[in-house]
Design a protein around this ligand. Structure first.
Ligand code: PMP
Length: 442
């Protein structure tokens, strides 16, 4: 293999030229990645919260090799395939009761698009053609395709396309931790949920089709967790107006938060669920929409689901997905994510005691974030010019640790970084991660 240092590399023709010209990756195992110069990095963000079971898992690779030797692609209109059947069954067994129809796609945006399009076609099939608005939250991220972007609350990403797409109505994400009022957290949860009802009434309840949210916020909000009271109230409001509740579990799903779904922490029963990222843990592009038969049947009876993608349900991606779910069970990774998440959160809280510019530590399981502030009392963010979140990522990278960051917190400008190592992480490895974080923050 060619071992080319970053200074000797020829100009790249790849579309994305990374800001710092990152090194060429060579190999990966467990929570580590090596570049071609032999430098080892800790993957403290599982890629982009993708590689949930860790890199180089032998059993997954062997299952994929066995599948590759048989067939890697067969078009879904020509053949059914066993890995897709197996994965759909295994997913349904792990999802809330009644989520028994699995529609495979190749990524998170496609999964969200599928939920939106199924919801709309269900409304048409049951004679509610006036329903088309999908309310979402800001900030939020639901994907880069134009439909998913329409429900994404991240103006810098969607503004350039505003003449070309439907910007859907938004309500604020429940940033109760920032509020300085006399309400309890539970009262604040209700307050934020009630904003959905106000929005539905303002839009006209008969025109609203669905509400989409990340049960535990991802990168856009920095692992934002709503007060417990938020979830039952949201369900109640959706039911009152006959609106479908879509959970985007692309980042929070498949064990990362210490339960199979982020929504499982509150025993939530959404109507549609989008999955991706951890579903095949980065071993193959894979995503899915989960839906109950009661929504799927009217659509199929009315002439079929007018939607689909070429690579959907391909045997190789599904074989990877089956092997990933088996490894999650065999290694007890969901429990480990819960346990190690507690340990890591405790360490982040200790760092926040040492560094007063950490104003909030939050998240569940191994979907964790810390937020920078200039004043902990008022939770005033750091000045934008400091570019604190990017500097944190760059300085940690120099010290051998990959983390993820953003400037945006619930509806307000601010900096946070996410620490989300693979679910196989050990106590000792958490020690290494927090020691580098401490060094970097210092
Ligand atoms: N929804 C959420 C919550 C996400 O975090 C992401 C990706 N970061 C997406 C959707 C889009 O997924 P993809 O990039 O695979 O299309």
């Amino acid at each position: 293999m060619q071992n080319t240092s970053s200074t000797q590399r020829p100009p790249s023709h790849l579309f994305y030229q990374s800001r710092l010209r990152r090194p060429l990756v060579d190999r990966a195992e467990g929570i580590y990645l090596w570049d071609q110069e032999g430098r080892r990095m800790i993957d403290g963000s599982s890629g982009a919260m993708v590689v949930n079971i860790g890199h180089g898992n032998r059993n997954v690779l062997d299952a994929m090799k066995r599948q590759m030797d048989r067939v890697t692609f067969a078009y879904r209109l020509h053949f059914e395939n066993e890995p897709a059947e197996d994965l759909a069954r295994m997913a349904a067994e792990r999802l809330p009761e009644g989520m028994d129809r699995i529609f495979f796609v190749s990524g998170g945006s496609e999964a969200v698009e599928s939920c939106i399009k199924l919801a709309r076609q269900w409304a048409l099939a049951v004679g509610q053609s006036e329903r088309w608005k999908v309310i979402s939250r800001f900030p939020s991220y639901h994907g880069g395709t134009l439909g998913a972007l329409g429900v994404t609350g991240y103006a810098a990403l969607s503004d350039p396309f505003s003449p070309m797409m439907r910007e859907m109505p938004k309500i604020p994400a429940p940033t109760a931790y920032l509020d300085r009022d006399n309400l309890t957290m539970e009262q604040r949860g209700i307050k934020y949920a009630d904003m959905l009802e106000e929005k539905i009434l303002a839009e006209g309840p008969e025109s609203v089709l669905a509400f989409i949210m990340e049960p535990i916020g991802g990168a856009s909000t920095g692992a934002l967790v709503a007060p417990d009271s938020y979830f039952p109230r949201i369900r109640e409001i959706c039911d009152r107006y006959g609106i479908l509740l879509i959970h985007d579990e692309v980042m929070s799903g498949v064990g990362r938060t210490g339960k199979f779904l982020g929504g499982d922490h509150w025993n939530c029963k959404p109507d549609l669920i989008a999955l991706s990222k951890g579903f095949a843990s980065g071993y193959c592009p894979l995503g899915a929409m989960a839906a109950p038969s009661r929504l799927v049947k009217p659509v199929l009876d009315a002439g079929g689901f007018q939607h689909g993608f070429t690579y959907a349900g391909n045997p190789l991606a599904c074989a990877a997905g089956v092997a990933v779910l088996n490894e999650i069970d065999r290694l007890g990774l969901i429990d480990n994510a819960a346990r190690m998440g507690e340990v890591l959160k405790g360490e982040l809280e200790r760092l926040s005691e040492r560094f007063p510019f950490i104003g909030d530590v939050r998240g569940k399981g191994l979907l964790l974030a810390a937020e920078f502030v200039s004043d902990r009392e008022t939770m005033k963010p750091l000045p934008k010019e400091l570019n604190a979140h990017q500097r944190m990522v760059d300085m940690a990278y120099e010290r051998g640790l990959i983390i993820y960051s953003r400037r945006t917190r619930g509806g307000v400008e601010g900096d946070h970084f996410l620490v989300c190592p693979p679910m196989i992480v050990t106590n000792e490895e958490i020690g290494s991660i927090t020691s580098i974080l401490g060094d970097t923050l210092e």
